[in-house]
Design a protein around this ligand. Structure first.
Ligand code: MBD
Ligand code: FE
Length: 285
């Protein structure tokens, strides 16, 4: 049985509109930090790359009009955050963090919400009394490069439920369901109890879904936990963790899996479900 009200299912337009609005809220007031010279260079190169594809593949007027119509609908569906985070962000992340010594990161994706409820180092994430799924104890330590524990490090975590739905982006879920900000203890340790997420299928009924269907691709991301780990004087680590052997770990539509990010949960020693330990190493600022 599903836990989700089928009358209120997540539509591309609703989750896209929320993702667009959330992104705008967070971005508002941010000053553009790119010089005119760099805008000129980057815009020219992107446009020229498109010209090259058109010549190489002899793109027709019919195809050009299909593209125009599709681009218009991406905006109307609010799916620019989804499109960019699924097909582009992984390369931006790779370039931005190639010099890091500490833990590997990966893309943020469209469903982060800042300021989730603060919880102590040992905590259960907010969830429904009858939250479905396999219980997961996720524990570890946050240290600096070189091993010094980072007392009071922040571990922000958010993830989909056992049906692949995110609170605040699918209707009918409590506001902070499966989202929290854990404050690590004096030794940087944390112990988080939650329910293992399911694989996630990006919405089928919007423009991104149409592109996937038209190209014969699939829409799946492997089950994943999202995290932002931070401590004063250290670089913010944005990451996702996956489950070994899980569906689509080898063929994530968003190309955001790295071998270092795959968890090996074992049956929990102290009860039902699984447990896994994963440590985070933060680079200095
Ligand atoms: C997700 O949950 C996600 O993490 C990404 C990157 C894209 C779509 C949905
Ligand atoms: Fe996600």
């Amino acid at each position: 049985m599903t836990q989700h009200d089928p009358e209120q299912t997540a539509t591309a337009a609703a989750s896209g509109a929320s993702a667009t609005e959330r992104f705008r809220e967070r971005r508002s007031g941010a000053a553009a930090s790119t010089s005119q010279e760099r805008v000129h260079t980057l815009a020219t190169e992107v446009i020229t790359a498109v010209h090259r594809v058109i010549r190489e593949h002899e793109v027709t007027y019919d195809e050009y009009d299909a593209l125009k119509s599709w681009l218009i609908s991406v905006g109307q569906d609010g799916e620019w955050p989804l499109f960019l985070d699924v097909w582009i962000e992984h390369v931006v992340e790779e370039v931005a963090h190639e010099d890091r010594q500490g833990s590997k990161g990966t893309i943020e994706g469209p469903y982060y919400v800042p300021d989730s409820p603060e919880l102590p180092a040992e905590a259960t994430l907010p969830m429904r009394p009858d939250e479905h799924g396999t219980p997961l104890l996720f524990q570890g330590q946050v240290t600096a490069v070189g091993g010094a524990p980072l007392a009071g490090a922040k571990v922000e975590i958010w993830h989909a439920d056992d049906e692949g739905f995110y609170s605040q982006f699918a209707p009918g879920l409590p506001e902070w369901n499966l989202r929290g900000t854990i404050i690590a203890d004096e030794q940087g340790h944390f112990r988080i109890r939650t329910m293992q997420p399911a694989p996630y299928q990006i919405p089928q009924d919007g423009s991104c879904g149409k592109l996937i269907a038209a190209a014969g691709w699939h829409a799946w991301r492997p089950a994943h936990l999202h995290l932002k780990v931070s401590a004063p004087g250290h670089q913010l680590l944005t990451v996702q963790l996956y489950f070994r052997g899980g569906e689509h770990v080898e063929d994530d539509v968003a190309q955001a899996v790295k071998p270092e990010l795959i968890l090996d949960p074992k049956p929990a020693a102290d009860g039902e479900g699984n447990e896994v330990t994963y440590d985070f190493v933060l680079d200095p600022e």
